[in-house]
Design a protein around this ligand. Structure first.
Ligand code: RB5
Length: 159
């Protein structure tokens, strides 16, 4: 059965999302398009939340987000437990995000990429496995619980 892969963008990423949706379908994925569905102005968080929920819950193994810079989408997605959203602007970044960081959400800065470059980044990310080994423990440390009190304690310790 084909892997279901969710994709979402705001208006700034809409046109590139359409290209990537086609590329994913062509590559044999069952693409789940969360939106947006046009160029009307939208709020990136409205699309990042549902996609990140799918990856965090395990409903989807990985997903793709796009906005103008990639930043807003990554801020939202990285708030979810187990989500590791990587902004990638070159294929080598996408490869290292998989090999070293086990990135399960690819975030593309749509306003700064050609269609060709974006598709090359997408394929590199899809095709690269996590290296494991010394990176296992590093990735595991990302999920440490951070309470408001810890932040205050650390800030006063450093003061
Ligand atoms: C939209 O203008 C833009 O702010 C958004 O796509 C994104 O770049 C935010 O991080």
């Amino acid at each position: 059965m084909a892997e279901r892969i969710p994709i979402a963008s705001d208006h700034a990423g809409y046109e590139l999302k359409e290209r990537l949706r086609a590329a994913l379908t062509e590559a044999g994925f069952d693409v789940s398009d969360i939106g947006t569905h046009g160029t009307a102005s939208t709020d990136y968080a409205d699309y990042a939340h549902p996609l990140a929920q799918q990856v965090s819950s395990g409903a989807a193994r990985r997903g793709v987000l796009l906005c103008g810079t990639g930043l807003g989408m990554s801020y939202v997605a990285n708030r979810y437990p187990g989500v590791r959203a990587a902004v990638a602007w070159a294929p080598d970044i996408a490869e290292l995000a998989r090999k070293h960081n086990d990135a399960n959400v690819l975030v593309l800065p749509a306003r700064f990429l050609s269609d060709e470059d974006a598709i090359a980044i997408l394929h590199r990310w899809l095709d690269t496995e996590f290296e494991g080994g010394r990176h296992e423990g590093r990735v595991a440390k990302i999920e440490r619980d951070i309470e408001r009190d810890d932040v205050a304690d650390q800030a006063s310790a450093g003061a």
